[in-house]
Structure formats: structure tokens, C-alpha cells
Design a protein around this ligand. Sequence first.
Ligand code: SF4
Length: 526
Amino acid sequence: MPDESLPQDACGVFGVWAPDDEVAKLTYFGLYALQHRGQEAAGIATSDGRSLLVYKDVGLVAQVFDESSLASLRGHLAIGHCRYSTTGRSTWENAQPTLGGTSGGTVALAHNGNLINSAELREKLADAHGGDLRYASGEVGRGNTTDTALITGLLTADEDRTLESAAMEVLPMLRGAFSLVFCDEQTVYAARDPQGVRPLVLGRLERGWVVASETAALDIVGASVVREVEPGELIAIDEHGLRSRRFAESARKGCVFEYVYLARPDTSLNGRSVHEGRVEMGRLLAAEHPVEADMVMPTPESGTPAAIGYAEASGIPYGAGLVKNAYVGRTFIAPSQTIRQLGIRLKLNPLKEVIRGKRLIVVDDSIVRGNTQCALVRMLREAGAAEVHVRISSPPVRWPCFYGIDFATRAELIANGLNIDDICASIGADSLGYISEKGMIAATKQDPDELCTACFSGVYPIGLPEENQRGKDVLELEFPVRDGVDPTDVGTLDVQEHDSHQGTMLDVDGVPIGSSVGGSEALTRP
Ligand code: SF4
């Protein structure tokens, strides 16, 4: 579902320790491979063992970095991040890696996931600074309103602790989803929450190590996959090699939506090829919801593997009925009203010669608000389709996610309050079928007890925050900026900055650029 109404992921992280390589460029290409996980901001921190430098800005990875900025990022270790916001608004100040430090050194940290006890952690950080957050080190006192900046602040709250010992104390305090990559001047660290909600993998270079959100990013920088960073594990990589410590017992609850839509198809999650899993979802969908038709087609590209599986299992020919503009991502450009009205056509264009007169089965990965499918069905009918049958390779999304995916508020989810027939009528399809939860889980080949399915089932494996502490704006206005401090001036920290160019424009989907979706009423608003 290539539009902004589909679930947005909450970041990609990458880290590398490689004395013989250009670590900034490796990180750039690693982030480039992870761009689908976050398109709002990107950043890289490097260290040469003595000083740590961060470069970050809003925009796509290729927009933020060029040859000269990468050339200025020297060293033998690096971490990087591409962001989609879940806690803290989409502004320059909230880009990552976040910085902090003690008199003993600097810390840069990148985070994929979302914490559910941010308010409690804010209290702990305030307590560590005499009750006044304005005196917290790093970016918290400078207006950064992310849960990530809180982690960085807590890691650097005690001048007398090493970063590794601070991590062993702070990581058990965090609740929710966190796949972290962080570093100081000498060492790269990686840590994953005890549930392992978001992916994080370890790879090997000829002379070095890589950690990344997805195995596809390891492939792209020429690293071989070693293993997952285990849920509850802290890894440290420095000149002495790699060491692993456990800060919590593993209680695995991997996000099933990574298999459905979020991860790249060429990634492998806990031993299961994402592409294979999606093809199998399509096969099972065909068995559960057969229909007579002339052609099976995907909504490119997220629906493609499931459409292949559906065609294979049903015996109905597979065809491509839509062409996707390969270069449309998040544009950051405010279109005119005339252009916005084109909506989905900016991204997808039907192949009339292929579609005309045919009974179509259109396979997509999920329906969130339903506006994309509604526009799609209308477009296919206008292009001459005789019938349009919609098949979805995940169950109805009825509940919001608090672990790093920004779906929508519950009220905005089309499956909340409408039955399947109503949804079918509202998107204008001839028929509609969703795969069952059982079928989706079977296709992942994971133990059902080790998956999070909360957005489909409403069963949340990690306790939720209080009602008034939900939503991405929970920390806004709660971080008082020190008197006389310009939040965009990062002072003595070694940061290179671009001008912030966030505004209140709307993007091509009518979504305000840089403003929040969701909120504190995400779960309870009927
Ligand atoms: S609620 Fe849904 S999207 Fe969020 S972690 Fe669980 S399965 Fe993934």
C-alpha cells in the first residue's frame, strides 16, 4: 500500500566497527537499504577514538548526505539512523543519533521502537538532576522530546559510571520496544528489548562487525549474517573484539507486522525469509477466500509476494495491472490542491490494456484507513475492470500499536466498528477477504506464543502506558529548555547542522508534514 495512510515504521538503525573501512560510507549505504523504515530524518555519528562527530538533518538519507559531508565523518566506528517519528514530533531537534556525554566522553544513540514508560523515565532523569530536567546533559535540555533522548540522558546521568555499566543499569528500566545502536569514542554497542519486538541483527565484515535493523542492510554492505542480537542482550564491539552480556531474560514477542509489511522482502526475520512468508500468506489467503476471476494482481510492491502466492495456489494467472513510480517516496514537497486531488495516481498508474474487461483479484498486505483501497478500486474500474475482488494478506487492523508503528488512532482504523461487508461496500469492491490470524501466523513459521499480534487481536504483550501518557506527543512541552539555550544550537557537542526546514505544509497525501498522527486517545476513542 504505497501511501501515507499505511502503517509507518519507526526507524532503521545501523552500526559498524571496522578500522580498515570508510565507516561513514558503509553506514550511508546501510541506511539507504533501511530507508523504507523511516523517511523523515537521517543521521550518522562517527568516532576516530578521540572525538565523536554527528551529522543529521530532516529528509531522506540521500538528501541529508553528500560526498563532502560523508568525507568529514572520519573514524573506525559509526552508527546511523533513519527516522519515522513515534514519540516526539518530526522536527530537526528530534533527529537521531541523539547526543549526550559526561566529562569522560560522548555518547551517540539511535533507536528503533517506542518506549511505553517515557513519563516514568522522564521522572528518573529529572531526579538524577536535582528534579530539574533543564540541567540534564545532552539534548533533553535543548528541546529534544523523544524517548530516545531520555535513554541517552539516563546513560550519561552519572559521571562516575562507564557507558557499559550504565547500560546494564539503565536498559532494565526501559519498557516497550527498543532496538538500540549506540557508541562512545571507542566502542559500538547494540541492545534489544527482552521481547525482541523490533529486529536487530549482527553481521561480520572481513575485519569488523556490523549491526543493523535488517539482514538486507548487511547484504548490501557485504557483511555476512552472524545471528540476531538476542532479546535482552547487550553487545559491545571494540578493539578487544565482541563481548555479549544479558541485561534481561528473553521473553520473545516479535512483531508479526514485520513479516506482513514492514521488513524488506529480502530480509530474514528469526530464520524466516520475509518473501517466503508473504508468498505463503498469499497461498493460504487463496485457500481461505477463493473467487472466480481472470487475473491476480498486486498493489505494487508490498502486495507482490502475496499475489504471487495467491496466483500459484488458485491457478489464476498472475499479471501486473499497475505501474508504480519507483521514485515516489515521502516527498516533503507541499503539492498544490490540483496535484493533491490526483492522490494515488501520483504513485500508481493502471495498465488499461491489461485490465480492461477482466475480473481482477487485487492482493494487498493490509488495510488501515481504507482510503487507498477505495481510490484504487475506483481507478481500476475507470480503467475498465469488469470486477474487482480485494484480498488482504493480514487480518483486519483493529487496534493501535504502541511499540513503534504509527498506524492511526483507533477511530481512524476502518476495521474498528465496521464488519467485513461494510468495509467491502465502503471501498467499493465486489468482494473482500482477509487472511485469518491463524493463517498469517502459520506463514511466519514462528511460535505463536513468541509473536506480538496486538494490532489484530488487541492482546498487548507489554503493559500499556496510562491513558494520558499515550501518543507521540507525550513528551512535548514537558522538556523545559534551559534559559538562553537555542534548541537548534547544540553548543559544545560536536554536531554539524543544517538549517531546519520543517513547516506546516501538507504532503501529497494531505498529511501534515512534521505533525503528529495518533495521540493520547489512540486506544480509547471509539
Ligand atoms: S501491535 Fe502490531 S505493529 Fe505493533 S508490534 Fe504488535 S504486531 Fe507489530
